[in-house]
Design a protein. Sequence first.
Length: 145
Amino acid sequence: MMCMNDSIGYDIKRLHLLTRQMLDRILIPYGLTQAQGEILYHLFQQDGQTQASLGKALKVSAPTINRMIDVLVEKGFVLRKGDKSDARRKQIYLTPKGRKFKEEVTTAQQQAEETLRKGFTRNEIVQLKDYIDRMYNNVSKVMRA
């Protein structure tokens, strides 16, 4: 039987949770969580994305992205608008308040990435990303079966 200390999945989960906590610590003073900051980060890249495309990019279910956006709407960071061609599609737009936090959210993402990469060579990062992509593809194949 495999021990938790030998589990790659467990190690990745621990790293993911710790990284989220680090981003929460950076973003909480601005009234944002890591997950909310991630939505804003995607909207900084392309404002007016559909709710469905944001959910797909963040790999969360439709009800989850809906709740996450509800909170951002309540906080005044984004607006939800119906698509003119299809009222069922909801497009998400940054408000002036949401746009105001571009530097803070972007800096938080950069700090997290720099922290994760610290002590690794460029080649090691390329190799690590390759390993992670291969593991992701392995699991994806199982999930599609």
